[in-house]
Design a protein around this ligand. Structure first.
Ligand SMILES: [Zn+2]
Length: 241
């Protein structure tokens, strides 16, 4: 009789210091990991429960794959993928920043949910070119109330100046002595800012296949901003997926 030994690795931290930890109700062996204290099973009966699969779903999402691509490649149901992403989005927060900012750039970007024309959603965001961080964002219409909502999210910060395009709502909600209006968008885009805009635009375009529902649209933009603020770029964030 020959025996095959399989090394059991923790799917959360890839550690091998693991021990058996009882049998699950469905009859499968449960393990616990010594270094990270998490529990796992060697073979998941439901793929979407496997932390490795969850990681791949997140990773593929930010590498331009739509939900159907992920479904085909990983074999997880569409409902399962949505669930994985929704639960993940819930753990991420909108930007939390404090302090003093010399110059903040505000912009509004056109995105959509489900329908290109009827489903327009404007992404409003405030960006600090000195730290490279997004200070706040809001998704809504291109109107005064959306502008107001964004400004409200900045109201606890000390901001010396705001740069915007010449969209009329800004004049109503930004004190004139702090407001710098750039006529054409391209003239006030600084180099460092350009990467961010390009990336976000691409993100909004590439993930439209996800954005059939507003909560997913919001979630994916929130996740992108969270990761970018925290790690500087998506490449640097990938290990956390
Ligand atoms: Zn572990």
């Amino acid at each position: 009789m020959s025996q095959i030994l399989l090394q059991v690795k923790c799917p959360h931290c890839e550690g091998t210091n693991v021990k058996k930890n009882g049998i699950k109700a469905n009859g499968t062996q449960n393990f616990s990991c010594h270094p990270c204290h998490k529990q796992f099973q060697f073979a998941y009966q439901y793929k979407g429960a496997d932390p490795r699969i969850k990681r791949q779903v997140r990773c593929m999402t930010f590498n331009g794959s739509g939900i159907r691509d992920i479904h085909r490649v990983l074999g997880v149901s569409i409902a399962g993928i949505l669930m994985i992403l929704r639960l993940w989005f819930k753990t991420l927060e909108e930007p939390v920043v404090q302090g003093h900012f010399k110059r903040v750039q505000i912009d509004e970007m056109w995105t959509f949910v489900k329908h290109r024309k009827q489903g327009k959603r404007w992404l409003w965001y405030a960006y600090d070119p000195d730290s490279g961080k997004i200070l706040a964002f809001h998704i809504g219409k291109r109107n005064d109330s959306a502008c107001k909502s964004l400004m409200k999210k900045l109201s606890h910060l000390q901001i010396d100046s705001y740069r915007t395009d010449d969209w009329k709502s800004y004049k109503k909600h930004i004190p004139p002595e702090k407001h710098i209006i750039a006529k054409a968008k391209t003239t006030h885009i600084e180099r460092r800012n350009r990467d961010f805009r390009t990336h976000l635009k691409r993100l909004c375009r590439e993930t439209v296949c996800f954005s059939k529902k507003d909560d997913m649209h919001y979630g994916i933009i929130k996740a992108y901003i969270f990761l970018r603020n925290k790690f500087g770029s998506l490449v640097k964030a990938e290990h956390t997926f």
